[in-house]
Design a protein around this ligand. Structure first.
Ligand code: GLC
Length: 708
């Protein structure tokens, strides 16, 4: 008898048939995922012989060996291999390393981000793997948190739009599945503390944090990952209401849910809500987790629970059914077609990477110093991140994961800012000095100043480093660390124009740069080609179009500083700080000037559920063709609950030739004007809404829409 029903009967029937023939051991085996780096050699072998459901952190050829072992088990159920390919398949040295999620979110380019997903999927699949633990749909609203770089920024709508785009890219060729994570409100933990308790209400979850995950579920995302933390003291891993009732039953998510790393064990060891691993396993499965990431004892614990009739077999069947349906959907039971390995790091993917790197750069300040003038003969290129590919790559690459590696050279053809400057300004005299390190242990500021004194312009590349970001690495102090600020001040003191370039994982306090530098460029973690893109932008080879997806505070204590704040703060600021941020969500300059006019709504009055066409004319007043992201914000003028003074509800990135005017149309679904009431109802309330369309949160035209 064939082990599985033929493809022609469809995924559901194939999964049901296989499930009906599985033993309890085989079912529970499917609910376990293990990593080699948490098991003894013999345990790792044992789980391979058992044919468990999934492995993670395996790369390439190792997967083939494990797959072969699984084929020899009774039912030969293939494992699904997961990896953190979160800005390219970057845990594999030689794969395309895209800019970080935070960097690409500043491109506001859905299509390019979808392409990033599609390219990544091809490289993951070519490497023999099936599943990326991406995208991060967390919303970065407390900048102290160590994982801001992994997010698409501070706005729920942007996170949903770009998350949806990359999921579509990951899954469009059915090579792999995506994993929307970390469900839910992980970045909202008190104090920005990684994996700590998020003191949010269900109302806030539904209004701010749930929409991106709903969008992911609606477009068929294959999996979701349960966050480490807790919602108002109930760990997500044990939170039946949030996982099973809201995500699976109310929203109808039909993929499977995997816990984050050792979440089951954490219920015992970190969160102390379970006496032992058996109780923790029971809580996790009853809450709605379908697969345990590690905590390999989960296998025996579940067998014990079944043996003692202490867990409902229907829950196990539901979990295994979900996992099998995804495996059938991916073609793992059939002759899985995978791209050839030569797609890994290929030219086509590099081209997408190059376009994204360019569109992700944000020009924050330009005192008419960029593009650099033709008579610039000598350029000093100084600073700790000028030539540091680790800093430029950021987190979740082969440098840092699955295990940190000190002495490894990237196989990709990468461009730091220094290499980019040397190649783009080949005819100029480039003077390099590191100036200092990130921590303050190295000080070559005098050398850097000497280089600046000989130069016509100074490019100073500063920021942060991996040791200051990532899991377990929250920061209380967001100032430029070490001697970096002293370096910038000494360079400014030479009276030469200083162009500050930030290569960093997250927003930092850069008031001095804004006040004193001739130009400020934010590139975050720009990937393989970040340095080339920065240099080409400074040479005027393209017109910058990036805009911030996240705000920059004046002071570390000024967080949260996200733009979509409520009214009502007495004084509206701190007595010991100027009001407002250094830079806001939406800030970003072009070499062109874009002028907005003729804002029109297709209707001035509408009922909930109607779609309003919002049109505006945008003129490119510059002498360079360019791209502009048109942003649409709304404000519920009078509402039963506090609502933010501005909320982004639409954006479109358009190309406009120099001197041309383009009529841009955005669609406003009036259902998106809903707020969530204290009794958890989604309500579009009658009354006036300001519809604000423009460059950013400060430059816009306003029209009134009345809901009645
Ligand atoms: C990590 C992260 C998660 C990642 C997983 C597997 O601890 O929290 O984002 O996907 O473990 O590496």
């Amino acid at each position: 008898m064939e082990k599985y029903k033929d493809k022609s009967v469809g995924t559901d029937e194939r999964a049901e048939d296989l499930l009906s023939r599985m033993t309890v051991e085989e079912k529970i085996g499917q609910m376990l995922q293990v990593s080699y780096n948490t098991l003894s050699e013999e345990d790792y072998e044992r789980y391979q012989e058992l044919g468990i459901g999934s492995f993670l952190h395996v790369l390439g050829s190792e997967a083939d060996d494990i797959r072969a072992k699984a084929a020899n088990t009774r039912l030969g159920i293939p494992p699904i291999f997961g990896i953190d390919a979160i800005h390219g398949h970057a845990l594999l040295n030689g794969a395309t390393v895209f800019p970080s999620q935070l960097a690409v979110s500043c491109s506001f380019n859905r299509e390019l981000i979808r392409e990033m997903g599609r390219c990544t999927a091809r490289e993951v699949a070519a490497d023999g793997l099936d599943w990326t633990f991406s995208p991060v749909l967390c919303i970065a609203r407390d900048l102290r948190w160590g994982r801001v770089d992994e997010t698409f920024g501070e706005d729920s709508y942007v996170v949903g739009e770009l998350g949806g785009a990359i999921i579509d890219g990951y899954e469009c060729d059915n090579y792999i599945i995506a994993c929307a994570k970390h469900y839910i409100a992980y970045g909202e933990a008190a104090g920005g503390r990684d994996a700590y308790d998020s003191p949010v209400t269900e109302r806030k979850i539904r209004e701010v944090f749930l929409p991106p995950f709903k969008k992911a579920a609606d477009i068929g995302c294959g999996s979701m990952m349960t966050a480490y933390g807790s919602i108002d003291t109930l760990p997500l891993t044990a939170n039946r209401h949030i996982l099973r009732e809201i995500l699976k039953e109310e929203i109808g998510f039909d993929g499977f849910i995997v816990t984050d790393w050792e979440n089951v064990r954490s219920l015992v060891t970190n969160q102390h809500v379970a006496e032992d691993l058996t109780e923790a396993s029971k809580k996790a499965v009853e809450a709605g987790n379908d697969m345990s990431m590690n905590t390999h004892e989960f296998y025996e614990c579940m067998l014990r629970l079944v043996g003692d009739s202490k867990i409902d077999m229907d829950l196990i069947d539901d979990a295994v059914r979900r996992i099998l349906k995804i495996k059938f959907r991916l073609g793992l039971f059939d002759e899985k077609i995978r791209p050839n390995r030569d797609v890994i790091g290929c030219r086509g993917h590099k081209n997408v990477n190059y376009e994204l790197a360019k569109e992700s750069i944000v020009l924050l300040k330009n005192d008419n110093v960029l593009p650099l003038k033709g008579d610039t003969k000598t350029i000093a290129v100084v600073g700790p991140n000028t030539d540091d590919i680790r800093a430029q790559y950021g987190d979740w690459t082969f440098f840092s994961h699955p295990t940190p590696k000190e002495n490894v050279a990237p196989l990709s053809d990468f461009y730091t800012v220094l290499r980019g400057m040397r190649e783009v300004f080949g005819g100029k005299n480039i003077l390099y000095s590191k100036g200092c390190d990130i921590y303050g242990r190295e000080n070559y500021i005098s050398d850097a100043v000497k280089a600046a004194e000989k130069a016509d312009a100074v490019v100073c590349v500063i920021g942060d480093c991996l040791a200051q970001n990532g899991e377990y690495r929250d920061r209380a102090d967001l100032e430029l660390s070490g001697h970096q600020l002293e370096l910038v001040k000494r360079l400014v003191g030479t009276q030469k124009p200083v162009i500050a370039v930030l290569v960093n994982c997250k927003p930092l306090c850069i008031s001095y740069l804004k006040e004193s530098c001739a130009a400020v460029i934010e590139s975050f973690n720009g990937g393989d080609l970040g340095g080339m893109a920065v240099a080409e932008m400074m040479a005027g080879k393209f017109n910058p179009s990036g805009k911030l997806s996240i705000s920059f505070p004046r002071h570390s204590a000024q967080t949260p500083c996200y733009y979509n704040q409520y009214t009502g703060w007495h004084g509206g600021g701190y007595v010991d700080l100027p009001k407002g941020n250094v830079y806001d969500f939406g800030d970003g300059l072009s070499y062109s000037k874009f002028e907005y006019s003729d804002l029109k709504l297709s209707k001035a009055k509408a009922a909930a559920g109607e779609i309003i066409n919002v049109t505006v004319n945008v003129k490119n007043n510059g002498d360079m063709d360019g791209k502009e992201t048109v942003m649409m914000f709304v404000n519920d003028v009078v509402s039963s609950h506090l609502t933010p003074t501005k909320q982004l509800k639409g954006f479109e990135k358009v190309f406009i030739k120099a001197g041309d005017t383009k009529k841009v149309t955005l669609k406003l679904d009036t259902n998106d004007l809903a707020l969530v009431t204290s009794d958890l109802k989604y309500v579009v309330e009658n009354g006036d809404f300001e519809i604000m369309v423009g460059r950013n949160t400060k430059e816009y035209l306003t029209a009134i829409l009345t809901i009645e």
